[in-house]
Design a protein around this ligand. Structure first.
Ligand code: SF4
Length: 734
């Protein structure tokens, strides 16, 4: 049995550090054609419908198989999120992920030989026995909440059950406090409803959509892009508010190149115009809202002229765009965004977005926010889970509905006179060091933990600091938890194996169930296997598992998409849309959004902005050979005039250094007029520094290394990350 290690060093998974080596089974390696060629001349042996996992949109896929090789992926025409189409990541990336030669192929245990740390290949039995023993030791010594789960993705559901069975509610998802949490808080405080994923916005029927820092087209969520294309084809007016001329800006009637961090000023000015010019939906406001008078008073002096000073946007443009939104209401909306953790005032900015939408009267209206429905699917009968507790974070946020991953990380380290509250991490499907802010700090914390187990398909920064690495099957090799919306039509969708496991990897459900059994918690996984688990749930719900396996999705009858009465009921304390929030006032927070000017960069520094590429999902795909063929590295967008002043030109390689003297790079410059002079922009997820990732190693640069500080959202604790500044200098080859 391996000896517990106290302060773990980073271990690459390569021949040099794996005892016994990792032999590639040449017989299982696919041909080049099988690694993603979309060959239309081949007659498939079978076509298996399943659910994509190249990102978390969960589109329906039809996978084509010949000689036990997956050679083509297409959108499932029956699936309401695909409509027969996939995005570029889904099309090529699924096959690239399945046949990635760098995949994790066997369980690994960190061990020490002669003072040197190495990976040792292990059997599943041995790896799970060891993991169960170490987790139970932490639980017995510190209590169940001292075990935390960091999770992302559909398969995380089984590990959440494991944690709850242990009695731990320390379950965190970086997607909450590093992505869309503040949006949900802002909309819950205003409309009493979170927007979820897929967002309940009726873009295909919209006549006018304003996008604030929302990069649809670069953020390639399949259905959202299809919806946007429909609206575009229908002649909808798009308004893009962004320091960068993004893809969606190129489709827009208006581009508002706003000064970064000043969006709340624009939103307050839009409200000022809507109210002072009486352009708001007076019936909707009368029937459905509370606090209109206070709001009118609040925005009285937030004129477009006032906003001009803050945002740099011409008052005329602010008025014109507010009128454009009003003219098309209620079939117009301000898009709520998805990655909204920017400047630390993000719940309030999201609330301001919700309030503009309320003034447009678009909730429950065609072209605004639709009313979703979900297919009811019963759970598997199982014993009641223990009540459980969460490891107490050191800071509390009054409107946090989920524990923050950032705080779970901090609670895993000692503070003055306060020992760590978390001692073991189970990390499922998220590369925590490149996801949470300040990778150096995350790694320091991981090195101090009693135990870390990582479950993933690929080696990554997180697996390098784990004690045990458990290789999961890719999505094309496994069953997973069901997806059942909510959406504009109710549906239930299946992920099922298309081919057998290529390696000694296992599905997440099997890993969680087997680990639970070894920990003495098997009663909480009372089913034999995934087929029985899923089949029984569907049968109990009056649905056919055989039909679901055959079609990949079952679609039900939609409920009413739009409100039929002028007065709706909202899940807020007042049962109305709360323009004035007593909940916020009671918590000592601004009951209506207050504009806070962003901190200015020091001289010679740019504000660092980051976003997505249409063909990558962050570090999840930056080793995927198929996707690297299309976008092999990220680039740094820099304004033409600033490049001239710095003596830099398009294609130069530069290093970046942030306000805390942290450096990263080199990265290729993209000199362009399409970005303001005060900021630079790059795609997140590149700059992998782990040589195991032979496809993505040292391609581009990692923005996450430069995010050494954050500004917390006072409502829910989101970590605003656009508060970092960088200076640039030319890269000198050594
Ligand atoms: Fe897959 Fe693209 Fe759909 Fe994401 S949006 S699930 S990557 S097809």
């Amino acid at each position: 049995m391996a000896t517990p290690l106290n302060r773990r060093t980073f271990l690459r998974i390569s021949g040099a550090t794996v005892l016994g080596g990792l032999a590639v089974n040449a017989g299982l390696m696919p041909s080049r054609e099988a690694q993603g060629a979309q060959d239309t001349s081949v007659i498939p042996d079978r076509v298996v419908p399943t659910m994509c996992e190249l990102c978390f949109w969960k589109c329906g896929v039809n996978a084509y198989v010949k000689d036990e090789k997956v050679y083509k992926l297409e959108g499932n025409p029956l699936h309401p999120l695909s409509n027969g189409k996939l995005c570029p990541r889904g099309t090529g990336g699924g096959i690239g992920a399945l046949y990635d030669p760098d995949r994790l192929k066997k369980p690994l245990i960190r061990t020490r030989v002669g003072g040197e740390e190495k990976w040792r290949e292990a059997t599943w039995d041995e790896a799970l026995d060891y993991t169960a023993k170490r987790l139970n030791e932490v639980k017995d010594k510190y209590g169940a909440p001292a075990v935390a789960l960091f999770s992302h993705g559909q398969g995380g559901a089984f590990f959440k059950t494991l944690l709850k069975a242990m009695g731990s509610k320390t379950i965190v998802a970086p997607s909450n406090d590093q992505c869309r949490g503040p949006r949900e808080t802002g909309f819950e405080l205003t409309f009493g409803a979170a927007l979820g994923s897929v967002e309940t916005i009726d873009i295909p029927n919209s006549k006018c959509v304003a996008f604030l820092g929302t990069h649809l087209g670069e953020n390639m969520h399949n259905t959202a892009v299809q919806d946007m294309s429909k609206a575009n084809a229908n002649g909808a007016t798009f308004i893009t508010v962004d320091p960068r001329f993004s893809i969606i800006a190129s489709k827009s009637k208006y581009w508002l190149p706003i000064k970064p961090g000043t969006d709340t000023a624009l939103l307050l000015a839009w409200m000022n115009v809507l109210i002072t010019e009486k352009l708001y939906d007076q019936d909707f406001v009368t029937n459905n809202t509370v606090g209109f008078e206070q709001l009118a008073e609040h925005v009285k002096d937030k004129t477009p002229e006032w906003a001009y000073i803050e945002t740099g946007l011409e008052p005329k443009l602010i008025r014109e765009t507010a009128r454009e939104l009003a003219k098309n209401a209620p079939a117009s909306l301000v898009h709520p965004g998805r990655h909204v953790v920017w400047y630390g005032n993000d719940s309030q900015r999201s609330r301001a977005i919700a309030m503009v939408n309320a003034l447009l009267g678009n909730w429950g209206k065609k072209g605004g926010f639709y009313l979703p429905s979900a297919m009811p699917v019963k759970g598997y009968p199982m014993p009641e889970l223990p009540h459980g507790e969460e490891a107490k974070p050191r800071v509390k946020f009054p409107f946090a509905t989920l524990p923050c991953a950032f705080d779970a990380c901090e609670a895993s380290a000692p503070a003055a006179d306060d020992p760590p509250r978390i001692h073991a991490w189970i990390v499922y499907g998220c590369n925590v060091p490149l996801t949470l802010p300040n990778p150096k700090r995350v790694i320091e914390v991981m090195q101090q933990l009693d135990f870390v187990v990582a479950i993933d398909t690929m080696p990554a920064e997180v697996t390098g600091y784990a004690d045990v690495v458990l290789p999961e099957n890719t999505y094309l090799e496994r069953y997973d938890e069901l997806d059942n919306g909510p959406y504009r039509v109710p549906y239930v969708s299946l992920r099922q194996p298309v081919v057998a496991s290529l390696y000694d990897s296992k599905p997440g459900w099997w890993i969680a169930k087997t680990l639970a059994t070894k920990m003495g918690l098997g009663q909480y996984f009372p089913w034999k296997d995934a087929e029985e688990y899923l089949g029984k749930r569907l049968e109990a719900s009056g649905l056919s598992f055989a039909d679901l396996k055959r079609n990949g999705v079952l679609v039900g009858k939609p409920g009413p998409l739009y409100a039929t009465e002028p007065a709706q009921t909202f899940n807020t304390p007042s049962k109305k849309v709360e323009l004035f929030s007593q909940q916020l006032a009671d918590a000592g927070l601004p009951p209506m959004p207050v504009y806070e000017a962003p901190e200015e960069p020091p001289t010679g520094y740019f504000r660092l902005l980051f976003g997505r590429s249409p063909v990558h999902t962050f570090s999840r795909t930056t080793n995927n050979r198929k996707l690297l063929e299309i976008v092999p590295e990220n680039e740094l967008w820099l304004n033409t005039e600033m490049a001239r002043q710095l003596g830099l030109k398009n294609g130069d390689r530069v290093m970046m250094e942030n306000q805390d003297s942290v450096k990263t790079g080199p990265i290729k410059l993209r000199v362009t007029e399409r970005i303001r002079q005060d900021c630079v922009f790059m795609v997140h997820g590149f700059g992998r520094e782990d040589a195991r990732l032979r496809g993505g190693y040292k391609k581009g640069a990692a923005d996450s290394r430069l995010v050494t500080r954050v500004k917390r959202d006072p409502e829910m604790g989101g970590t605003g990350m656009n508060v970092n500044f960088v200076t640039l200098y030319r890269f000198q080859e050594a």
